[in-house]
Every structure is written in structure tokens, then in C-alpha cells.
Design a protein around this ligand. Structure first.
Ligand code: HPA
Length: 274
């Protein structure tokens, strides 16, 4: 493990003290989706500013704290908010929070985000599990020197989004009476939204949703051996497909709607997760 990761994991263990329980899974809660962290019990909550190497985001809707505790009886570590590459952080810094989840002992991470839909079936307020991704960010968090103790120089991404986890998520959604769409997420760098021509191109490329996060985390997670599941909260129809002008306020408003279903599905999933 890199020094940063070890330092952050040590700081978390120290903050939790005798209450430290090895988390079974990690979760990253995206724009407007942080509410699930409030349901964590016996919580130790640490701001990212106190965690060595953690990139600190500046976007409203991202609390920027790590919460360790139990959710529905399962030990978890929840990252409430994330920093994005468009904020100017180095791509490699995305690795620190994800590797910290691994360093704490979890073997699985569930990534969430807000995204625009390119698939007319998935409307604002819907939720979509990722089956695959397209990296259009022009960056890779693993570029630079490789630490062979963490993972291989060249990591395969053929099975990035774990099929067993997807089945469990679908079962949880069914039990909660929620439709969980499935699709391919295309990551752009942002922070501008896309042009209508870009969205038409992305549809042709096979994308169902577009967003500005998650892909770097998924790559880092696979590199360090974490199993990955990811869900988008659909906050808008992508540019050119709907009438409403896109804005971050619009994203947060619709994220709050999708978040209700998302939180129920994730709470159910976590309860069943062993
Ligand atoms: N594009 C990119 N990122 C997004 C969008 C979008 O339409 N909606 C929420 N995040």
C-alpha cells in the first residue's frame, strides 16, 4: 500500500478506537445522494480534510466526510461526497479514498453518482446500475509509476462491474418494488455539460448515461482487487433529449427524487450482504 493510504487508514482506525469494526463494504455517495450516510449507526465521522491524501471537493451537495459504522447491521465505510477531476485534482489522487476502503479491509465498493440519461427508457428520477463504462475523460488514475504491491501495471477491465453484485442489487430492487435499469455509463471530464451533438455521438457509441465521475474510482478499485458495483441516479435527460436547461441545481433537485429509491435499494442490498 502507498504511504498515503496507510496513513489515512491508520487515522481512521485511531479515530474509531475500540469501536473499530472491519468494514465489509465501502460506498461512495455522489451528488445529492449523501443521505444514506445519515443512517449509519455507531458512526465515526471524519472530514476528508483530516485524512492524509484525500482530495477535497468543492461542489455543493458533497459533504466531504468519511463515515464508518454499521448500516442495516453490516459494517460499512461510507464516503459522503467526492472530488471530481474537473475540480483540477490530479487523476491519481482519486486512488487514495478507494485504496483506503481496501486498506481498511473491505472487499467490495458500491459507487453512486448523478447522471444524465441517453436512454429514453430511463427518465429523470430513475436509477440505473452500470453494466460497463466508456472512459471519455482523457485521463486514467493509474497513469504514472505503478506500485506492484497494490496491483498490476496493466489491469483488465473486462469484468469491472461484478455480475454477482448486480444480481444482488436487482434482487434488492425487486424486493423494494423499484425498477433498476441497467446500462453503460460514459464518463466525460466536465465541468461543462455536453452538446447535443456529443450526446448523439455517445448514443451511437453505446452509452446509456453520461456523467463526470465514477470511472476513475472503478478503475482504481479493480486495480487493488475490490469488487465493484455502481448505480447512477438519473437526474436529467442528456442535452438535446429534453426541454429543461441543465444546471447543477437541477441535478441536485432530481437527485433527491432518485435518492429515495436508491437509498431503499442500497439499504436492502446492504442488509443482505454477507
Ligand atoms: N451530463 C454530465 N454529467 C451529469 C449530467 C449530464 O447530463 N447530469 C448529471 N451529471
Amino acid at each position: 500500500m502507498s504511504d498515503w493510504t496507510t496513513e489515512a487508514a491508520d487515522a481512521i482506525r485511531e479515530a474509531a478506537g475500540d469501536g473499530f469494526v472491519t468494514p465489509k463494504l465501502g460506498m461512495v455517495l455522489g451528488s445529492g445522494l449523501g443521505g444514506l450516510a445519515d443512517a449509519v449507526q455507531d458512526a465515526t465521522s471524519i472530514p476528508y480534510t483530516d485524512l492524509p491524501g484525500f482530495p477535497v471537493g468543492t461542489v455543493p451537495g458533497h459533504a466531504g466526510r468519511l463515515v464508518l459504522g454499521t448500516l442495516e447491521g453490516t459494517p460499512v465505510v461510507v464516503l459522503q461526497g467526492r472530488a471530481h477531476l474537473y475540480e483540477g485534482i490530479p487523476a491519481s489522487s482519486v486512488a487514495v479514498p478507494i485504496r483506503t476502503i481496501r486498506a481498511l479491509g473491505a472487499d467490495t465498493v458500491v459507487l453512486t453518482n448523478a447522471a444524465g440519461s441517453i436512454n429514453p427508457d430511463a427518465k429523470p428520477g430513475a436509477i440505473m446500475a452500470l453494466t460497463d463504462h466508456i472512459n471519455f475523460q482523457g485521463m486514467n488514475p493509474l497513469a504514472g509509476p505503478n506500485d506492484d504491491a497494490i496491483g498490476p501495471r496493466f489491469v483488465g477491465l473486462g469484468d469491472t462491474y461484478n455480475k454477482d453484485l448486480l444480481r444482488l442489487l436487482q434482487a434488492a430492487a425487486e424486493a423494494e418494488g423499484v425498477t433498476l435499469h441497467e446500462g453503460v455509463y460514459l464518463a466525460v471530464l466536465g465541468p461543462s455539460f455536453e452538446t447535443p451533438a456529443e450526446i448523439r455521438a455517445f448514443r451511437t457509441l453505446g452509452a446509456d448515461a453520461v456523467g463526470m465521475s465514477t470511472v476513475p474510482e472503478a478503475i482504481v478499485a479493480r486495480h487493488c482487487g475490490l469488487r465493484v458495483a455502481a448505480i447512477s441516479a438519473i437526474t436529467n435527460l442528456a442535452e438535446g433529449l429534453g426541454d429543461e436547461p441543465l444546471s447543477h441545481e437541477h441535478t441536485l433537485k432530481n437527485a433527491a427524487i432518485a435518492a429515495q429509491d436508491l437509498q431503499r435499494v442500497l439499504a436492502h442490498f446492504v442488509k443482505e450482504y454477507h
